[in-house]
Design a protein around this ligand. Sequence first.
Ligand SMILES: Cc1ncc(COP(=O)(O)O)c(C=O)c1O
Length: 424
Amino acid sequence: MTHRRNFLKSLSSTALVSPLLSRAGLAQTPANTRPLAGAEDPAYWEKVRDQFLLPRDKVFFNNGTIGAMPKVVLERTVEHLRKMATDLADWDYRGEEWISGYSDMAGIRAKAARLLNADVKEVALTENVTAAMSYVASGLDLEAGSEILIGNQEHVGGQSPWFNAAKRHQASVKTVVLPRPIHSRDEVLDIVTKAMTPATRVIAISHVITGSGAILPAREICAEARRRGIFTVLDGAQSFGHIGVDVRDLGCDAYVGCFHKWLLAPAGNGFLYIRKDRGKDVWSSVASGQWDNHNDDGYRFTQRGTGSMSMMMGLDAALDFHFEIGPERIQKRVKYLGDHLRAGLRGIPKVKIFSPDDEAMCAGITVYGVEGITGQRLQDEMWTRGRLRPRSSGATGVRHCTHIFNSPAEIDRALAIVRTLAEG
Ligand SMILES: Cc1ncc(COP(=O)(O)O)c(C=O)c1O
């Protein structure tokens, strides 16, 4: 708790407080209060940057793989790990749980549910996205001959559970081919809708595509699927903590995601949202005491045997950190930085952007390449020339993510390297 207080104090000391910080008893006097910091307010974001341990001489641009934990998250995790190592004999098995995997973890689930606009009983904590997607794919009763629709740009963790389920049930996986770059929302909706047939039982597709950052028209896809009685599950690995996710508005049956990328929690923290009336359709794949609890399906899927409460404590701190800055403010900052990057790239000849042409379909993930330069080389040049770390996305380019610990100046450094390479 000490660390949490320190974080609040540090942020509020600049008088750039959010309503949440004010409510925490750290409200500013009217004299030094000014309007809430916007996406482009350098002083505020510099203060946020101070909450991270990332050294200033190395720039991390790969949140799409794993997020950088803020100090409070690390400290809370380590504090609990230390307690596990030193004070274990004090645990009298009453009250507070020292391990996860058996209890309902309702406090953390409620915070995640709030971010998703879901009911706490609809949200389960899982190890990661792959586990959450596997719970859905392995838990559904699929008749032989049924068809599962997935996108051609899905991550292995999002698609493999469906190949596994299809083989087991003599069903088939049909892959819809989306272009890269995607040109418009209508284009995607048209392609996905045309691929739906009377045999389609499930659509499993990314909300944000990992290899381009495209934000798909998930709401419209789910609405069309619902009209046809098709079960929808959205892969939110790259969306949660990055763009707004409102499962009620999206109208999906299930939504899988993680906290260890854009929400900046320790690795090994994912979730499964399963709509209340759909819980009964998904069997437990990992069965413990709650295996048949359809009153609280979120608890049922959360229960998976002994797990690390320390990682859960880190997750809890990451959720608090996210709320303290404010989900919307984070989303705006991430998008602002992504826009800054793409605007700069568009002015460089020989650069090809694989993220959508439509800016409304982009936020903090940009995938681009330089003609004649492999993604691996571009990744390496960024590191050797500037200690910048985007990630190679294969032959064509790099995936370059922007998050709240990044700055426009860091992006400008990356752009300068790209410009030099393009001209060379
Ligand atoms: C779209 C997508 N789905 C699934 C995954 C797998 O996530 P996890 O490693 O948490 O299982 C990733 C990881 O990068 C991803 O980008």
